[in-house]
Ligand binder design. Sequence first.
Ligand SMILES: NC(=O)c1ccc[n+]([C@@H]2O[C@H](COP(=O)([O-])OP(=O)(O)OC[C@H]3O[C@@H](n4cnc5c(N)ncnc54)[C@H](O)[C@@H]3O)[C@@H](O)[C@H]2O)c1
Length: 318
Amino acid sequence: MKNVLVIGSTGQIGSELTRELRKTYGNEHVVAGYIKGAEPQGELRDAGPAELADVTDGELIASVVKRYHIDTIYNLAALLSVVAESKPRLAWRIGIDGLWNILEVARENGCAVFTPSSIGSFGPTTPHELTPQDTIQRPRTMYGVTKVTTELLSDYYNLKYGVDTRSVRFPGVISYVTPPGGGTTDYAVDIYYYAVRGERFVCPIKEGTRMDMIYMPDALKAAIQLMEADPSRLVHRNGFNIASMSFGPETVYQAIRKYKPEFEMVYDVDPLKQCIAESWPDCMDDSCARREWDWAPVYDLDAMTRDMLDKLSVKLKG
Ligand SMILES: NC(=O)c1ccc[n+]([C@@H]2O[C@H](COP(=O)([O-])OP(=O)(O)OC[C@H]3O[C@@H](n4cnc5c(N)ncnc54)[C@H](O)[C@@H]3O)[C@@H](O)[C@H]2O)c1
């Protein structure tokens, strides 16, 4: 039986990953790690253990790991792309100094570590169509700089110290439980909220700007499946490309209009978000993930759209 610590459990991905891991390994075996000011609420707080786990405090992380006999850490602490541009020093402290603390605790206590990378680890000189697994990574955002460093440092701890580090490059994650935390792909979540509320959506990303996206159930499946994968099959370790769907604003708009024909969208492009979006892949090649650990997404744009509209209709009514 695994004992798991989720760091950043109250964020967009953490809130749902913690619940999924508790379903898989049992409530008592999954600790929801949080920071002051972002305490878990409701089911997340009540269903299993919850502990302060700030990545900038290595001793605190070590004490939680020892107390709960943790063997697997999902480290989701980060500042997302748009926020990181306004607080680059803090983004580095959380993303990299924090990761260093976690990898040290993992080395001393024999833990496996999952620290996600992102499509943001690529930059303008990366091939944009079918972006290969191993390719140019020269991002020009602080978010991207921390993500490339995350991949390299995680690989280093695996090669040098044998720490079992693994990760994927998440596309923009679309979900209806916890709102996104300030990334470039947030528009693809927001658009569904506007559609369900019957309001006109003002899109900050230019028509024709394609990016990889993934529906939350597939993102959770990827993280857990990779951490459960047979290590002898893994040629890569950190930063697996995972693809599921790729679209621009006009395509998701049309997908929603199929079910809500009255829905309206206009554009008011945000220069920072647009600049970041244009530097990211249009669509990634995920054949390594498929080959090495049987990655296969379930949701396409239409299936996700139906589910998002159904779930948000219930949520926003209540
Ligand atoms: N959501 C996406 O679309 C997306 C896409 C690609 C990669 N990712 C990556 O997935 C991970 C999780 O993303 P998310 O969308 O859930 O982000 P989020 O912003 O919603 O959540 C981040 C979490 O980190 C916590 N946190 C902040 N500072 C911390 C610290 N010092 N110590 C411990 N925890 C701290 C926050 O309280 C929050 O719970 C991040 O590494 C992110 O870069 C997310």
